[in-house]
Design a protein around this ligand. Sequence first.
Ligand code: ARG
Length: 591
Amino acid sequence: CQPLLFRMSTFRKLLSQRLQAAFAAANITLPEGAVIDVTNASDSRFGDYQSNAAMTVAKLLKTNPRQLATTIADTFDGTGLCQKPEVAGPGFLNFRLTNETLASTLNAHVADAHLGVPRAEQAKTIVVDFSAPNVAKPMHVGHIRSTFIGDSLARLARYVGHHVITDNHIGDWGTQFGMIIHGWKTRMDKEALKKDPIHELVRVYKDVNAEGKVNEAVREMCKTELVKLQQGDAENLEIWKECVKLTLDQLHDVYGKLDISFDHYLGESFYNDALGPLVEDMLAQKQAQVSEGAVCVFSDGTKKPEQDPFLIFKDGEWTALPLIIRKADGGFLYGTTDLATVDYRVNEWKAEEVWYVVGAPQQLHFRQLFDASRRRGHQTRMEHIAFGSILGPDGKMFKTRSGESVGLLEVIEEAVERAATVVAEREGFTDEEKSEVAEIIGIAAVKYAELSQHRMTDYKFSWDKMLSLQGNTAPYLINAYVRTRSIFRKLDGAVTLTDDVVLTEDAERALAMKLLQFGEAVHDVLEDFRPNLLAQYLYDLASAFHGFFEACPVLRSEGVTRNTRLVLCDATSRVLKEGLGLLGIKTTERM
Ligand code: ARG
């Protein structure tokens, strides 16, 4: 077989190409709508991969599915790839790769810096919009989820060769600044601000907000400060700038700890000057119209009401649900800024795709934004990558120990602190090494707890579970990595691996098969924006490794067997490290 070929593809793809060829060889013209799909086998006892293509095609052609499957099994050319497919049940085709294919592909993957993960067929310019907390407003769990999911997706897209631009669209403008500036002038604690600026700004904001609810005069003063800021009052602009700077400095710290970086921090204020002209342009182009003094985007009437984001079913009828882009008092809104942001990303960065990693509650906003942007002529693919909430162990909204709203910083600190108690009992580590490992494990645990969940489910935040060495957790995966490393430490460089690989034991074969599916896992994530598929893959890989390690002595074996097993250990080590890295998770050599 040709190892080079496998480096460019996945088994799943190769099998479906061969399957396609088998239909042609059987003189069957595929009917419209026929999908020749190959999936991972649901039960490895029957094969490595399976397909129900013969059944779907038979249905469309109105022939006997089992007979068709048998014909296809006969015309299928498995040379250099797999055994003759087996027909099962009503017409499933089961494929089993040959051990020679697995061995040679393993060698090809090991020689590849990308471990066999194929590049995207077409490299695109993709903007990933994630994290995006708001200045002087509490960061909530939504921002935490967005930060981890967005970072991982950006890494994955980059890994397969896309040109990725990460942009932190922070909320650094808006009505909250009326309250902040008023609070800054009347009740700011300078010392507290120095120590923990985000916390102090949030405190002031909450304080003024609460007072404003019962005190009309305070509300008025806030409004005055806001208008002054919007009109460019020097003192207020200075305060605003200081708030943004203090927040950004602290955010940089947090992101640094998390090993997360952004190419840009173009917050909402960056677009201020573009908003007026944008609204005028949309009016001129008839993409928006004036209604009761406000400028609004209404339905264009091209969609069914159920699919129209500008309509809502109320009191028994479909009613307009416009996107307001300029209020009657002249103020602009979140949607206005986002429309200007799309223009910028498309015109300046030539974005072909924009991914918004933002919580599910903003679904309507994005549906309206995407629709309005299309009407402005943008062909860009825009995706709202939504997610659910994080719940506390009690099933209610998640809070940290202090009982306050969850700051990302507090979560990290608590995670590292808790990981330290786990590491404390380890022997043979200096204090410094212990705190390094605690930092890695603590952060890994929080990130992995997030990324191993389906993003749409609300998941329970449980310290004990995420820090456990058992189960689908970061410590379990990192521990598997550490085991692979310890094997090579014991060898102390006294071995040179060769491509003399022969798979004989079931556990060897199962591990090799898993290793070779890394590329499939990576592409599955990007297909559906679901990092949990990669997490699940890595967990399965670690489990396959543990199974192998128990069944097959490595250092005590000899010759080809020893070389084969060491190659498997080395490949496991690299795939675990690389795969965790794509989730934004660091590994440690010992723990
Ligand atoms: N700052 C917003 C919030 O906290 C999220 C911004 C998301 N990005 C965007 N382009 N709208 O809800």
